[in-house]
Design a protein around this ligand. Structure first.
Ligand code: UQ8
Length: 175
């Protein structure tokens, strides 16, 4: 029998780094993540794009409306088949996993491969990427939004390759 796994938002974090004026890097994160791995081993995580936190309220609002367009695209969705990976995990061990996932963001779907570190305990999984995942804004039609943010903030440039990282905790859920 397979357990199902529930993402614990309070113990999880997903962040990205923006770089402006060629030298100022800033970290931002999302406050609301939801997700699970079902008994077939299908992982689904949704990122509430309205919960973006940049520590500047007006910038949060501008990213929601001008970049992510949350009225049209409220959430990003990540999905993956992790059944083979789950089966080979042992309690009390850390393993490296090469996982293929699909990211649905801003109406665009792209598949990519991540190297992940997975720590398994009896009732908990902890998952992080080995290195930052580099997201190219153009692949998700987000360059226009970045350009609009650049203009409104009066900046000379904002980088369009964006490093993303996360630390996710899933709790075992047995019904
Ligand atoms: C068991 C097992 C193996 C399990 C595995 C499980 C598994 C597969 C898990 C993976 C799950 C998962 C959640 C993966 C996540 C994958 C990724 C990659 C998600 C992507 C997340 C995402 C939505 C990223 C954002 C992408 C993006 C391109 C963002 C652009 C950000 C930028 C560049 C923002 C610019 C900000 C900026 C500098 C604004 C300028 C500015 C403004 C406008 C302002 O108003 C202001 O204040 C006045 C400023 O300050 C002065 C400003 O700087």
């Amino acid at each position: 029998a397979f357990a199902t796994w529930q993402l614990d938002n309070s113990k999880s974090d997903l962040s990205f780094t923006s770089i402006k004026k060629a030298q100022i890097a800033e970290n931002h994160h999302f406050d609301k993540l939801e997700g699970q791995i079902d008994k077939e081993g299908t992982l689904q995580v949704s990122i509430d794009l309205s919960s973006v936190e940049s520590m500047i309220p007006i910038r949060n609002q501008r990213m929601q409306t001008m970049l992510f367009e949350v009225a049209k695209f409220p959430k990003a969705h990540v999905s993956a088949d992790v059944s083979p990976h789950l089966m080979s995990l042992k309690n009390g061990t850390q393993q490296l996993k090469n996982v293929k996932a699909t990211l649905d963001l801003h109406g665009q779907q792209q598949t990519f491969i991540m190297d992940l570190v997975v720590n398994k305990h009896k009732n908990q999984l902890q998952v992080s990427p080995v290195r930052t995942i580099l997201i190219n804004a153009a692949s998700y039609e987000l360059t226009q939004g970045i350009e609009a943010l650049r203009k409104v903030a009066g900046l000379d440039r904002i980088a369009t390759t964006v490093p993303v990282t996360f630390s996710l905790v899933f709790n075992a859920h047995t019904k």
